[in-house]
Design a protein around this ligand. Structure first.
Ligand SMILES: Cc1cc2nc3c(=O)[nH]c(=O)nc-3n(C[C@H](O)[C@H](O)[C@H](O)COP(=O)(O)OP(=O)(O)OC[C@H]3O[C@@H](n4cnc5c(N)ncnc54)[C@H](O)[C@@H]3O)c2cc1C
Length: 412
């Protein structure tokens, strides 16, 4: 009999885990009340960057925070009422910004992200999605000539990690991306980075591949874990009780209560992010481009141009504030020479975020055959393929593709 694995969550992390578990010989099923790839994995900026090794918390960041919070068009928003609940996470986030921590975290990020394109390759192939991912590079643009020099610490981290970095002056920048408005004076180009032209469609394709391989995707919500003899024997779902053997918790920003029931309390928060897409708009932009000072991304997508970003620390329950998507659109129109008119789609998604910018990819310290795969924050599309592979390695007892120690669930 094949071993059976149940995965909670059909985002990028759940479906990649499912495909790699199938490769490792498991019969898999995924439980999710929503169609695959329609939550956080739907609306991201599409970056699949092996060279991503800059933690979100960094030295010197704190001094920018008051300015960001006071600026209604700034990249960060924290409602005052949410602050008391957020505080424990925030303190850990601040602690993760110390130089020695940043260096350690950066190494763990690079280890996880470096094989991302190689780990996606077989999944793209078997799901018919090779057209969705291309290696066009990633561009950071600055309004000042000395922008790259002011980011010297981060650029140093990338270089130490072996990431190829090209510094561009104004002429080279506009030669590379003529679609950019003339307000930018310098840039940094990372040629090895990849981008996905439609992350929602990618996850849907991968989910269909899970089914073609004999897996099952059930539209049901998990309400809790049923324990028997001290171990999880079943899941309580809105479609009844569901027996489990191997269990993978990959429910994104909603994973915390399930992990807690399994004995692992995790500091998981949600960093809400937004996008505005101008449907059908071809701006001429080719490369995923980050406006470094304003901290958002312009990403050319299948459906049009997508402006994505913002960190809003307001929890899982608050209604979206689509004015933040409008701010992205406003700055996006300033960023590019020409953004044609078109229908604007606005979206908010819940990034599942750990305070140290590292995900949880881990065996449970309390229960055999229970695994955690969540907390990928700003980098879940990048981390998806390697996470899937690592979960399958841990579940099948194979040599792990990367050292799993930095991603342990009990590291806090
Ligand atoms: C604006 C923005 C831009 C971003 N840009 C990038 C980028 O360029 N590159 C990158 O790598 N990352 C990016 N990200 C981050 C990335 O999108 C996330 O890290 C990633 O989507 C997380 O995937 P996930 O599978 O963990 O979560 P999700 O996609 O949210 O999936 C979790 C699934 O679990 C299900 N679920 C929840 N609770 C239950 C339950 N009780 N029972 C069953 N199922 C449940 C949900 O319905 C959902 O389908 C961005 C995010 C945002 C918001």
């Amino acid at each position: 009999m094949m071993p059976r694995a149940t995965i909670i969550g059909a985002g990028i992390i759940g479906v990649c885990s499912a495909l790699y578990l199938q490769r490792a010989g498991f019969a898999v099923e995924i439980l999710d009340p929503e169609p695959p790839g329609t939550m956080c994995s739907f609306g991201n900026a599409g970056g699949i960057c092996p060279g991503s090794c800059i933690p979100i918390a960094g030295p010197g960041m704190l001094r920018h925070v008051p300015g960001w919070l006071l600026d209604k068009e700034g990249p960060l928003h924290i409602p005052l009422l949410y602050l008391p609940r957020l505080l424990p996470w925030l303190l850990r986030f601040i602690a993760a910004g110390r130089v020695a921590e940043v260096r350690r975290i950066s190494r763990a990020m690079r280890a996880l992200h470096a094989p991302t394109l190689a780990c996606y390759a077989p999944l793209l192939h078997e799901s018919g999605s090779t057209d969705l991912v291309s290696k066009r590079g990633q561009l950071f643009v600055y309004e000042t000539e000395d922008g790259p020099a002011r980011d010297a610490f981060g650029l140093g981290l990338r270089r130490e990690a072996g990431v190829q970095v090209e510094i561009l002056d104004e002429a080279a920048l506009h030669d590379l991306e003529p679609a950019l408005a003339p307000i930018f004076r310098s840039g940094v180009f990372l040629p090895e980075q990849g981008q996905c032209a439609n992350p929602g469609r990618l996850v849907a394709n991968l989910a269909r591949a899970v089914e073609r391989n004999g897996g099952t995707i059930r539209r049901s919500r998990v309400h809790g874990v049923v324990m028997q003899g001290g171990r999880p024997s079943a899941l309580a779902t809105d479609a009844g009780t569901h027996a489990v053997e191997t269990l993978v918790v990959a429910a994104g920003a909603w994973s915390g209560p399930i992990a807690r029931q399994l004995g692992s309390k995790v500091p998981l928060e949600t960093e809400r992010g937004y996008h505005a897409v101008v449907a059908g708009a071809d701006t001429g932009l080719r490369v995923q481009t980050i406006w470094a000072e304003r901290k958002f991304v312009a990403a050319p997508m299948e459906e049009g141009i997508r402006f994505a970003g913002t960190v809003e620390l307001a929890g899982l329950g608050a209604a979206p504030d689509m004015r933040r998507a409008d701010v992205l659109l406003h700055h996006g129109r300033r960023m590019l020479r020409h953004v044609p008119n078109g229908t604007v789609q606005r979206w908010m998604g819940h990034r599942p975020s750990m305070p140290d910018s590292l995900p949880v990819i881990s065996a449970s310290p309390h229960h055999r055959d229970v695994f955690f795969a969540f907390g990928h924050g700003h980098m879940g599309l990048i981390g998806g393929s390697v996470t899937g592979r690592l979960i399958a390695d841990l579940a099948s007892g194979a040599t792990p593709i990367v050292d799993p120690a930095p991603y342990r669930v009990d590291r806090f």
